[in-house]
Design a protein around this ligand. Structure first.
Ligand code: MN
Length: 288
């Protein structure tokens, strides 16, 4: 069993652009130092948007050196990027974008969601790349809910959606550069599960709703992040009420992290180069 190190609480809410009311759960100059390869985790708790005409979100901006993973739980989002990627994701869908060598993208509420209004709930996770993969070609994977395997937990305890990695012999849909397990776990009130996770991996989970007892020791509620030791091969959760967890697990990348805004590299020189590349248009343009 992986020892529970602590329960971390998210920050207060702030806006990303005018579309995403998020709480910072992991920041790259904070917990991201400890939770490699995970650099950043923003959680947008359920938020009600009125019907409108102006599309809310974040206009064109760059990324380089890592991947952004966006999981939509409620609402609908649209994305376009300079690699020619783009798409719309709704409840249960996931965008897995490889910034790699440099990408420019925009992130907005979909036209439809803007017009009708409704509840938005989502997570964005930044996954670091090894130095040798930071120059990878930018790319974009849309993982639709229907393509993501859903595995039943023993004793009718709930389900595991395998976004990346493997659970119960089912492989996740996402292609990743390093070993990652990203699972949506739904646990029914009063039920327990022991989830196998690799020894040596960074292991953590975010509570999206409900309340659980972790390793029989501590309670974790909505917005809490449970952080485990790398040593050990499982974690245990028991639901005090129906609960949803995002389990985040991966092989650590033991390399220097030098981050500046939307760029995460290994050295200061590489950051300066990234800034120059973006400013001179070498990361491309949306729609080109
Ligand atoms: Mn972005």
């Amino acid at each position: 069993m992986k020892k529970l190190l602590r329960i971390h609480q998210s920050s207060g809410m702030h806006w990303v652009g005018n579309g995403f009311p998020v709480r910072s759960v992991i920041e790259y100059n904070g917990l991201g130092r400890e939770l490699s390869p995970f650099l950043l985790l923003d959680y947008a708790a359920p938020y009600q948007f009125p019907p409108g005409n102006e599309r809310r979100g974040v206009t064109g901006h760059p990324h380089k050196g890592f991947e952004t993973v966006t999981v939509a739980y409620q609402g609908e989002l649209e994305h376009r990027d300079s690699s020619g990627g783009g798409g719309k994701i709704g409840a249960g869908d996931v965008q897995w974008m490889t910034a790699g060598n440099g990408i420019v993208h925009e992130e907005f509420h979909s036209q439809d969601f803007t017009r009708k209004g409704g509840t938005l709930q989502m997570v964005q996770l930044w996954v670091n790349l090894r130095a040798k993969d930071k120059s990878a070609k930018p790319g974009y994977q849309t993982l639709l809910n229907a393509q993501i395997p859903k595995v039943l937990l023993a004793q009718d305890a709930g389900t595991v959606r395998v976004i990346a990695g493997e659970y119960g012999g089912r492989k996740g849909t996402a292609k990743t550069f390093t070993p990652i397990n990203l699972w949506d776990v739904n646990l029914r009130a009063g039920k327990s599960a022991e989830l196998p996770l690799p020894d040596g991996h960074t292991t953590t989970f975010l509570v999206l709703s409900g309340e659980v007892v972790v390793n029989g020791e501590r309670d974790a509620r909505e917005g809490d992040l449970a952080i485990f030791a790398r040593t050990g091969d499982s974690i245990a959760v028991k639901a005090k009420m129906d609960a949803k967890l995002l389990v985040i697990d991966g092989e650590p990348i033991d390399e220097a992290i030098v981050a500046y805004g939307p760029f995460v590299m290994n050295t200061q020189e590489e950051i300066q180069q990234a800034v120059r590349d973006y400013q001179s248009g070498r990361m491309g343009h949306i729609g080109s």
